[in-house]
Write a protein of this length. Sequence first.
Length: 419
Amino acid sequence: MEFTTLKGFKDILPGESARWQEIEAKARDLFSAFGYQEIKTPILEKTQLFSRGIGQETDIVSKEMYSFEDIKGRGLTMRPEATASVVRAYIQHRLYQNYPIQKLYAMGPMFRHERPQKGRFRQFHQIDVELFGDPGPKSDAEIISLAMYLFETMGLRDLTLQVNSLGCPDCQPGFKEKLKSYLAEKTSSLCADCQKRAQLNPLRVFDCKVETCRTIVRDAPAIPAFLCRDCRDHFGSLKATLDALNISFEVNDQLVRGLDYYNRTTFEIQTEHLGAQNAVAGGGRYDGLVKTLGGPDHPAIGFAVGIERVVALLEASAPMELLKPDLFIAALGENVDQLTFQWMTALRKLGLWVELDYGGKGLKSQMKKAGRLGAQSVLMVGDDEFRTQKAILRNMNTREQREIDFDNLVLTLKDILKK
Ligand code: HAM
């Protein structure tokens, strides 16, 4: 029997993992400048958290969740996204008590049973950011600008920001009714899924990829005409702040996003370079979710970035160079056997990447190995060097060689090799 990863799941191999570390480190730096702190929540949660939070009629809840019953018959689900879990933690630990504005981020794997394709996996990773406690448009601008700066610090430009406002509980129902009656006239031309959506949750029809449904929604009633005064002002103020920050955006009045908790602002950051899976980040305001999940009536807004998609874009624009050891020690003979091991350990403790061959091979084969690893320098130490108490350091790029006294060798090498 051959064991391989499951379909839609993948290993992140050495080399690629360095890219992940770089992305996560840059994100952490930026988050601390914006005042966001990390929260880690479990991968497994009660199924109801997601069905109630994300919405029963969404694709995620109705067909994509990894759900199962545990040994006691409890319904559990591997998180398909982070927002519902972060909200649960916000309520459970009363995070709002001491600091009314809570700014949190989370990173980790999410699970959705979707059809795998380029940029779409069944286990994927998100960097998720959430801001609780402020209903105003400045928070929307902070969240959107943070998402844009995140891509900027990672060296990704060439991205499109789309924004929309979905209205609030005062104005959205009117729009939904209008949309419902429009769709009712076209029922027979809608796909089977959209015939259901048109009844239960008409906004979802905007997300359908089936061509006939796409044609039908093209002429559907548009949200902007239904927004109440407060929602219009909120959206207007957000757009003005984005302009003031020189962040360009397009308004897409059919951007509803695949989760039901959104109200007012929704946004997505897209690329042209990933085929059908063009969203690298998405988010929006979800002022009703904390209350829906049993907490106080607190507003919130957030977004999530898909790390696999960021990695794919970075790899395409600038493939990552493999990391290389700073030093390879080619040791020959018993005289220097323990000594070279001590040097290697001491240099590693000083932060240098040092390798040593444990196999007792000849010089030629050790030099070959150093070359294969791409070592920047090689320290050659054999019986002759032991006698003179001077090792030979070769710079593998310039081929220059120099002698290094055994006395203080570790500190001398540290000075030479540390960039
Ligand atoms: P989402 O749009 O479902 O939103 O996912 C956010 C991002 O995760 C997407 O833009 C995409 O980059 C990535 N992503 C989603 N599904 C996959 C997949 N199957 N394979 C690879 N990458 C994927 C949310 O999850 C919301 N919780 C975002 C949010 C936070 N809204 C408010 N706060």
